[in-house]
Design a protein around this ligand. Sequence first.
Ligand SMILES: Cc1cc2nc3c(=O)[nH]c(=O)nc-3n(C[C@H](O)[C@H](O)[C@H](O)COP(=O)(O)O)c2cc1C
Ligand code: SF4
Length: 353
Amino acid sequence: MNKLFNPMKIRNLEVKNRIAVPPMVIYNRTDDTGYVTDIQIEHYRKIAQGGPGLIIQEATCVEKAGRLCDSQIGIWEDGQIEGLSRITKAVHETGTPIFVQIHHGGIYGFMEETVCPSEIECMVRGKSKKSRALSLDELHRIQNSFAEAAERAYKAGYDGIELHGCHNYLISQFLNSRVNVRNDEYGKNPALFAKEIIREIRKRTPASFIVGMRLGAYEPTLSDGIDHALEFQACGIDFLNISSGFAQLSDPFKPDDYPFTDLIYGAQEIRKRISVPVFTVGEITSPKQADEILNTARVDMVNIGRGTLVNPNWASDAINGKDTGACIHCKTCMWRIEPQKCPGRIKYERKNS
Ligand SMILES: Cc1cc2nc3c(=O)[nH]c(=O)nc-3n(C[C@H](O)[C@H](O)[C@H](O)COP(=O)(O)O)c2cc1C
Ligand code: SF4
C-alpha cells in the first residue's frame, strides 16, 4: 500500500491519506427546511473517526427549488450556517478536513416544475419529464446562489467546496452539449456557466479556501470531459473529482483490455493532461485494489463511498490491515431509503462483533 496511505496536498491543505469519502445524500434525515439534524452530525463524526484523509459532505442544495428530494440539506440561507458549522466542528475535532458539495438539480430536481439550460424532455428516475429553458436572469440568479452558498460554506468552517458538476444535475446539464442547446454564449461555451461561478467564488472567499468540482468524464464524450477539465484548471480549480456525466446522453468508453472501470479510465486520461489532483471512484472494494488503481491510473485519491457506509472505519481498518468489509452492490442502495437494512453492513457487523 505504498500510495494509498501516503499524505498529499490539495493546494495548501494537508491530507493524511488518499482515501476520500465521496458525497452521499441519505434521505429523510432532515425535513423540508434543509436544516442539519443531530443524526447527520453524528453520521459525519463517526465517518471522520474512521480515518479517511478527506470527507466531502453530501450534495447540499443552493436553492430550495433545486433540491433532489424534500429532505436534502440546504445551504440557501444564512440560518443554515449554524447547523452546518456543527458538522464541520465534529469532523475537525478528529483532524479530518471536510468539503461540502454544493448542488442544484435542474431537471433532475424533485419538484414538478424544473429548469434546464434548454427546453428538454427526458427520462428522470424512470418517468418522462419536461423542463423549460432558464432565462438569462434566472441563470444569473442561480450562479449567484452558488457563490452565496460557497460564502456560507466558508463561514460554516468547511475547508472548501465541491461544485456538483456531474450525475445529471444542473452543471452537468450545462456541460453536456446534447442537453445544452442554447444559442447564446452559455450554449456556445458549455463550461461558461460553471467558470463564472468559480470566478465569483474566488472573489468572495479567501485564497486558502479550496474550490473543486465533481466532473463527468464523458460529457458527452471523453474528449469533451478532457476539454472541460483543461478549462476548469485554467480557471483556477484546485481538484477534480471525476465521475459520470449526464448518463442517458453520454458515451462512456474504455479499451477492451483496460483492467478497471470506464470511470477510472476517464479519470486516468484526464489526469494525464492536467496537474491538479484528480480523484476517481466506483465499486472499489478492497485496499489492495484501491492502491493498484492509484498506481496504475496515476490518479491522486480514491473515493470509498458505499464501502464507508458498510464500515465507517474502512480507512483505519485498511491502514491497520484489518477486514474492511465490502459493499455487495445492491441494485438500489438501501442507504437511500432504509440504511438499517444494508446487507453489507449487517454481514460485516455479524462477522466482526
Ligand atoms: C446513498 C448514496 C447517495 C449518493 N449521493 C451522492 C451525492 O450527494 N453526490 C454525489 O456526487 N454522488 C452521490 N452518490 C454517488 C457516490 O458519491 C459514489 O460516486 C458512488 O456511490 C460510487 O462509489 P462507490 O462504489 O465507492 O460507492 C451517492 C451514492 C449513494 C450510494
Ligand atoms: S445497501 Fe447494498 S449497495 Fe448500499 S452500501 Fe449496503 S451493501 Fe452496498
